[in-house]
Design a protein around this ligand. Structure first.
Ligand code: PLP
Length: 358
């Protein structure tokens, strides 16, 4: 038998979550965000599963865009970070990749590019994130420059929320109002909402929505769980127990020996660790499912293994299933125990974990 660690990826859950996007934003077109290898789920699998049901895909690099073309995706593909140098432009044109345009150097490159490229671009407007994009006051002038570029065919407008995960944060309304007043007279298609915008800020839906995390079945909102939002986890990271030992009161467990058994107790070892993307910073007590029941993580996370307190499951044995997150164990909860967010846990699942489609 091979090492039991694997990530099950559930096509039904992915389609269900897409339906939730459609239900929340029925009039908007959908750009499915599949950057970072489809948030760790597998770029081509995610894109092929959603293809035909979404209007476009969003990635962060030309390589990701070309990969989509190579696996037969014909829909528009947006490069959310734009292009990085002028020499990429012919590739963008060849593969019909639509870059975000967020700084002046890109406009200079487009101005010098050949009219035959006929690129569709997304002008990025900075409405308060202060990361990428042009200030709203500069947009009319930038737009004129873009429209003068012979290489540019279509122009769309977009901006990105900084704090839409907190439904009570007034900054999100300020961003939405700023974007709307900036784009309302321009007569161009526009896009603002990420997953949190789709779920909590209906006024941000506009022409295009850009869901990422909600497609994968995690909640982007601080106060509502995925289950409360009717989202289903797409990835279930699972493995199995590879050893169970009865340890004595006072025995130290694992590297550093900083966790000691408070009594005689069974300790399980599961084949998963930070070399697989399980977070090394997960604290003692982080929930893990053994045979579908919660047990606490104990001791330090190793590269290939974790140790579990099995005192509530004295009959657990080698080969029993272990779930790290996903079906039955929300990834947000594990992320909180590791001082991070679900996005990072998903993206960090390493290549040695086989993705198994269910
Ligand atoms: C990653 C990204 C998204 C998706 O965000 P989620 O919070 O995962 O929904 C949308 N728009 C842009 C520009 C992004 O970079």
């Amino acid at each position: 038998m091979s090492r039991p660690a694997r990530a099950l990826v559930d096509a039904g859950a992915l389609r269900h979550n897409l339906e939730q996007v459609r239900r929340r934003a029925p009039r908007a077109r959908i750009m499915a965000v599949v950057k970072a290898d489809g948030y760790g789920h597998g770029l081509s699998w995610v894109a092929q599963t959603l293809n035909g049901s979404v209007d476009a895909f969003g990635v962060s690099s030309v390589e990701e865009g070309i990969h989509l073309r190579e696996v037969g995706i014909a829909r528009p593909v947006c490069l959310l970070e734009g292009f990085f140098s002028a020499d990429e432009l012919p590739l963008l044109a060849k593969h019909r990749l639509e870059p975000a345009i967020h700084e002046e150097g890109q406009i200079k490159a487009l101005a010098q590019a050949s009219a035959s490229l006929k690129l569709s671009v997304w002008l990025k407007i900075d409405t308060g994130m202060h990361r990428l994009g042009f200030a709203p006051a500069k947009v009319p002038e930038i737009l004129k420059q873009l429209q003068r570029c012979a290489a540019v065919a279509d122009i769309r407008l977009m901006s990105h929320f900084a704090r839409a995960d907190i439904p009570s944060d007034p900054e999100t309304l300020t961003q939405a109002d700023g974007f709307l007043s900036c784009v309302k007279d321009l007569g161009l298609e526009s896009s603002l909402a990420n997953s949190a915008g789709i779920l909590a800020w209906p006024q941000s839906h506009l022409d295009w929505v850009r869901p990422g995390i909600m497609l994968y079945g995690a909640s982007p909102l601080t106060q509502l769980s995925a289950a409360q939002l009717d989202l289903q986890p797409v990835m279930t990271l699972q493995t199995a127990l590879i050893a169970v030992h009865t340890r004595c009161k006072g025995d130290p467990i694992g590297y550093g020996g900083d966790w000691r058994c408070p009594e005689d107790m069974p300790v399980g070892v599961a084949a998963i660790g930070y070399g697989d993307g399980y977070p090394r910073h997960a604290v003692g007590g982080t929930p893990v499912l053994v045979n579908g029941m919660r047990v606490p993580l104990i001791g330090r996370v190793s590269m290939d293994m974790i140790t579990l307190d099995l005192h509530t499951q004295p009959q657990a044995k080698v080969g029993d299933p272990v779930v790290l997150w996903g079906q039955g164990l929300p990834i947000e909860e594990v992320a909180k125990c590791a001082g991070t967010i679900s996005y990072e846990l998903m993206c960090r699942v390493t290549e040695r974990i086989p993705r198994v489609v269910i």
